[in-house]
Design a protein around this ligand. Structure first.
Ligand SMILES: [Zn+2]
Ligand SMILES: [Zn+2]
Length: 346
């Protein structure tokens, strides 16, 4: 089968690989019907994910059809259409029992798919702990509607939940890329009064506004985010801030636009260390929450998708076949042609 393989040293390649087989009684094999490229794949390519293993098939955001299950798998059966969770997790360890599946203590636990174990930019994928990592897609939900269930929507949903948004809050989201847009989408579930979106890409900001995800958009260079948000909140600042950009100075913007006693959720995956200027922050009494995502809510997200309350299809701006994925990587990495997300058909 065809698969995108991380070769190490900033290289990836589309190669011929053997079809995966069951290795454990809790595994399932999924025939991938739609997959995508995530910015985390670029982080791996850039060598910014130290635990990524060269030779691994990339891809951790995909949907497909179950073709085979191990003898201990109970929830899914061959023929089921499924969305795949970015995280594989045992469900039984200290962290899993508390929903903190990103820190699952199993050797295959946490974000392993497409990083340390072969993922879904391929025609088939082996899913460990299939009962935990697969969510059945209802018949009336399309592959495109379900594609972002296990990663982007899981991340937005997790971020909005740990942000502790209260009705009528002012929320600020830094970064209007795919994850930022999903964070806004999920923040809306908590009925904030106002959502500010901040990004350096005006096209993405306009998309956030047109889609009703952001009420106000701020473009650094043109707008001063700190004074605009203070002006809108009687000088206080945002009640909840999400830092989803991971840029050179966006961490500083995040704490500056937060009001005293706010929560600042760090969703972004930085490629460099950040400075916490504690003397300047003294008295602000902020709570910082740092990622990565605990993909513990895939069924809730699927239920909200099935009834139309969460719809991330607008993120798909580009479509191609697996054969064309290397060109898609180029476009996605260079952010050409206003790309937000690709839907890739094996
Ligand atoms: Zn991802
Ligand atoms: Zn576990």
């Amino acid at each position: 089968m065809k698969a995108v393989v991380y070769k190490g040293n900033g290289r990836i390649a589309l190669e011929e690989r053997p079809k995966p087989a069951l290795l454990d009684e809790r595994d399932a094999i999924v025939e991938v019907t739609l997959t995508t490229i995530c910015s985390s794949d670029l982080h791996i390519k850039h060598g910014a994910v130290p635990r990524a293993v060269p030779g691994t098939i990339l891809g951790h955001e995909f949907v497909g059809r179950v073709t085979e299950v191990g003898s201990a798998v109970k929830k899914v059966k061959p023929g089921d259409r499924v969305a795949v969770n970015v995280e594989t997790f045992c469900g039984a360890c200290f962290f899993c029992k508390r929903g903190f599946v990103n820190n699952c203590a199993d050797e295959n636990g946490g974000w392993a798919l497409g990083c340390r174990i072969d993922g879904g930019q391929a025609e088939y994928a082996r899913i460990p702990f299939a009962d935990n990592g697969l969510t059945v897609i209802p018949d009336h939900v399309t592959d495109e509607q379900a594609l972002f269930n296990g990663d982007l929507l899981s991340t937005g949903y997790w971020a909005a939940k740990i942000g502790g948004i209260q009705p009528a809050d002012t929320v600020a989201v830094i970064g209007a890329g795919p994850t930022g847009l999903c964070t806004m989408l999920c923040a809306r579930l908590y009925t904030p009064a106002k959502v500010f979106a901040i990004d350096t890409d005006e096209y993405r900001l306009r998309l956030a506004k047109e889609r009703g995800l952001a009420d106000e958009i701020l473009l650094p260079g043109r707008d001063d985010a700190v004074s605009a948000i203070r002006a809108a909140t009687d000088g206080r600042g945002a009640d909840v801030v999400f830092e989803v950009a991971g840029g050179a100075d966006t961490f500083q913007t995040a704490w500056k636009i937060a009001r005293p006693n706010a929560s600042v959720v760090i969703v972004a995956m930085y490629e460099e260390s950040q400075t916490l200027p504690l003397p300047e922050m003294y008295g602000k009494n902020l709570t910082f929450k740092t990622g990565g995502v605990d993909g513990s809510y895939c069924q809730e997200i699927m239920d909200l998708t099935a009834c139309g309350k969460l719809d991330a299809r607008f993120l798909i701006t580009h479509r191609c076949s697996l054969e064309q994925i290397m060109e898609a990587y180029e476009v996605f990495e260079q952010k050409r042609d206003h790309v937000i997300k690709y839907a890739v058909r094996p």
